[in-house]
Design a protein around this ligand. Structure first.
Ligand SMILES: *[C@@H]1O[C@H](CO)[C@@H](O)[C@H](O)[C@H]1NC(C)=O
Length: 404
């Protein structure tokens, strides 16, 4: 009978004492497997690295202010997937529809985490809310809740109310523009009130006037956060700088302004608690109160999480939606012939018809123009994710990487 002990001893002896070719292969294979296990890195082809990285700055100097356009150009030479060094951080750039679809959409939950950027951590207080939170059961609960609320606004009475609010805000903006009698003025703050108001009507169920003081203050705070989030981007790619207080003023201003916005939001939550009627869901805050009254998911949804979700939506309204609308206005002004065609199509509709998304089917040219504006000037041309485990994308292996 063969003793297991003897066999083991035999192999060990053979491997370490008499290195035959087969044993060497065995040793090497074991080492490779161990290395791979230890580093978490699949040993495979990594995406090509852009050349000419500067010390410390990496590829930042060659990307310029419109990194999205620079990436597009570089993609012609380096393909759909490549690595770039932004400051001292390495990122993998997914640079085509196909690469994004294969990764973000068909790649499953491996792609669902958010980049570990300083500004994201700062803004989300370490992953609260949904915009900058990694994928997790709690994240899914929160997202499910938001989707449910959006669904609520997608039909029935809530949808009609939303259409009415949008119509009212649009009318206010037109009246205001007319009041300048053709004289030039800066439309930006008014457009921001418009988009932010629509978001706030979904979150808090209330529209504010252009001269509402509380709302004006919150808008300033939101603007401050948006601007500082851009400034603090430097610290995303030069993480070591954040330890220098004089440089991290942006970070402190974000926290300061966010605290003020949160206090506005918390006041609204308390008002809603006082007037809550379980049979009527006016807005996101009511939906939250109802959800936490009845659901087992109470531990994921807290006042603090709700406030973060509300702030995220407000920042989005202040930023993305507002910019989309401003680009639309500018592009219409620069292309009067297109503007005229759009106007002609809209003029066919009875002016007493309330503004509604359902009119879109009667306005194919207007709809196409809107889509073209969003294509021509995407408001978030670059979007970050992080892989939560090693992934294979196209012919490349990538692991735990920040993706753009
Ligand atoms: C942003 O807010 C801070 C206060 O936290 C203030 O000192 C700073 O001047 C504001 N910046 C802008 C551009 O409004």
């Amino acid at each position: 009978m063969i003793q297991p002990k003897t066999v083991t001893a035999g192999i060990t002896e053979r491997v370490f004492l008499t290195p035959e070719p087969t044993s060497l292969v065995l040793i090497l294979a074991t080492l490779v497997l161990m290395l791979r296990y230890l580093t978490g890195r699949p040993l495979g082809k990594m995406p090509p690295v852009l050349p000419n990285a500067w010390p410390v700055l990496g590829h930042l100097p060659s990307l310029g202010l419109r990194a999205d356009l620079a990436f597009q150009k570089l993609g012609k030479k380096y393909g759909d997937i490549f690595q770039a060094q932004l400051g001292t951080r390495n990122v993998v750039v997914l640079n085509s529809y196909q690469a994004l679809k294969d990764g973000y959409i068909d790649g499953g939950d491996a792609y669902n985490d958010r980049p570990d950027f300083y500004s994201y951590q700062l803004f989300s207080d370490g992953g609260k809310g949904t915009a900058f939170a990694d994928d997790s059961p709690a994240f899914r609960k929160k997202r499910q809740f938001i989707m449910k609320v959006f669904h609520h606004f997608g039909g029935g009475k809530a949808h009609e109310q939303l259409d009415m609010n949008i119509g009212e805000e649009a009318r206010k903006l037109v009246t205001l523009s007319k009041s300048f009698n053709g004289k030039p003025f800066d439309i930006q703050p008014y457009v921001t009130v418009t988009t932010l108001n629509i978001i706030c009507s979904m979150v808090f169920g209330k529209l504010h006037d252009y001269d509402d003081e509380d709302f004006g203050r919150v808008m300033k705070n939101l603007d401050n956060v948006t601007k500082n989030m851009i400034n603090v981007g430097v610290l995303n790619v030069f993480p070591f700088l954040r330890h220098i207080p004089a440089i991290d003023t942006s970070g402190r201003e974000i926290l300061d302004n966010k605290r003020k916005i949160m206090s506005f939001v918390n006041q609204r939550i308390e008002e809603h608690r006082a007037t809550f009627d379980p049979d009527s869901t006016r807005d996101l805050v009511d939906a939250y109160l109802k959800e936490t009254q009845t659901s087992a998911g109470r531990s994921e949804l807290t006042d603090d999480e709700l406030a973060h979700i509300a702030v995220e939506l407000m920042v989005a309204g202040n930023d993305a939606s507002s910019y989309a609308l401003q680009w639309g206005i500018l592009i219409m002004a620069l292309h009067p012939e297109i503007q005229e065609k759009v106007q002609r199509e809209i003029d066919v509709i009875d002016p007493s018809t309330p503004v509604s998304i359902s009119l879109r089917q009667h306005l194919p040219y207007t709809h196409a123009t809107t889509l073209e504006i969003l294509r021509f000037r995407p408001v978030t041309p670059i979007n970050g994710r992080k892989t939560k485990r090693p992934v294979k994308l196209s012919e490349f292996n990538s692991c735990y990487e920040n993706l753009l």
